[in-house]
Design a protein around this ligand. Structure first.
Ligand code: AMP
Ligand code: TRP
Length: 333
């Protein structure tokens, strides 16, 4: 069975971009692949954070993933599998400084830090982040990685690192992981459809999946449809985004009928927005119930997450034993 791995940072909320770009796929892929999904807390230490908040957000994201249908036995917390860090060091030694400086997410995030403070602290961790991501993937020998479009460059780097490692040590050891995209690999911000939906842009730029239902409706109803820069005869990015959401919610009847209206030049944006708001709220409703059930059993669920991470850790340890041998480290007693 082919292997799938993906990870998500515990940054507080889970938004529609995360869901339709990645998490919905996590759930679906479990039927046909051997899947492992991680909440990557070590990654979240690369931007300014508070220790107590990180711990809380890590649990929160693990609960969200379970509520979205990730099976307990496929879930781990990265901080409970420290072998990722060891592999990251080893892979860092076959990664060049030059290729890391080309990573656009590093540029974006370091610019973002400097925007608020021109002397902002940009850590080695933020720079080395893509190497840790490669370690997350390679440690489980994943064939496929379901992610949003923004992760394409990091995936390419992971393949280059795998290839360089294999070449340097003369052994086809690591597989070359391929990204898996959904039909909606890039959901746009409702407030500015020229940018992708993202938490880092601020609250109005993302729709929180487990947020207040009224807020979800309001944000969809006030989504920007015309930005004034759409070429004649083309559908604007904001309207395309609304149609994409409707399709992602699998509401094809509404999609087809509203698309017919659009083609006939008779689409009312208020109808499209109302349909999208209903579709999203209906989709989220059962997920919300799942979350409430998990929260009612919090202690037990947390204990299971820890126990399962320990089990998944054994797979990582097996890879590390082999890697240590390949790279010339002395075996552990
Ligand atoms: P992050 O919150 O940045 O850790 O992202 C978690 C997952 O969601 C990754 O696979 C991203 O590629 C994906 N993702 C983030 N933002 C979007 C978006 N606006 N559209 C589609 N996928 C996204
Ligand atoms: N870098 C990814 C993001 O920002 C999160 C991530 C970390 C990841 N490790 C990964 C995604 C491994 C896929 C596979 O969204």
């Amino acid at each position: 069975m082919k292997r799938v791995l993906s990870c998500i940072q515990p940054t507080g909320d889970l938004h529609l971009g995360n869901y339709f770009g990645a998490v919905q796929n996590y759930e679906r892929l479990q039927a046909s692949y051997d899947c492992v999904y991680g909440v990557v807390d070590y990654h979240s230490m690369t931007m300014p954070y508070k220790a107590s908040q990180l711990r809380e957000n890590t649990w929160k994201m693990a609960f969200y993933l379970l509520a979205c249908g990730v099976k307990m036995e496929n879930l781990f917390v990265q901080g409970l599998v420290p072998e990722h860090i060891e592999l990251s060091w080893i892979l860092g030694c076959v990664t060049s400084y030059g290729e890391l400086t080309r990573m656009t997410q590093f540029k974006d995030k370091s610019d973002q830090l400097r925007e608020s403070d021109k002397d902002a602290f940009v850590s080695l961790g933020l720079f080395a982040y893509p190497v840790l991501q490669a370690a997350d993937i390679l440690i489980y020998r994943a064939d496929y990685v379901p992610v949003g479009k923004d992760q394409e460059q990091h995936l390419e780097l992971s393949r280059n690192i795998a290839q360089r490692f294999n070449h340097q040590f003369g052994k086809e050891y690591f597989v070359h992981p391929e990204p898996l995209f959904t039909e909606t690999p890039k959901i746009l911000s409702p407030a500015d459809p020229n940018r992708k939906m993202s938490k880092s842009l601020g609250e109005k730029h993302y729709i929180n999946l487990f947020g207040d239902e009224d807020r979800i409706r309001k944000q969809i109803k006030s989504a920007v449809t015309d930005t004034g820069d759409t070429p004649e005869g083309e559908m604007s990015a904001g309207v395309q985004n609304l149609f994409a959401l409707l399709k992602a919610c699998d509401n094809m009847d509404a999609y087809n009928s509203l698309m017919d209206d659009y083609k006939a030049g008779a689409l009312r944006y208020s109808d499209l927005k109302a349909a999208v708001a209903d579709a999203v709220v209906n989709l989220v409703h059962p997920l919300r119930e799942n979350l409430a059930a998990l929260e009612a059993d919090k202690r037990n669920v947390k204990a299971q997450i820890q126990a399962n991470s320990a089990k998944i850790r054994e797979r990582a340890q097996e890879t590390l034993r082999e890697v240590r041998e390949i790279v010339g480290l002395i075996p552990m007693k």
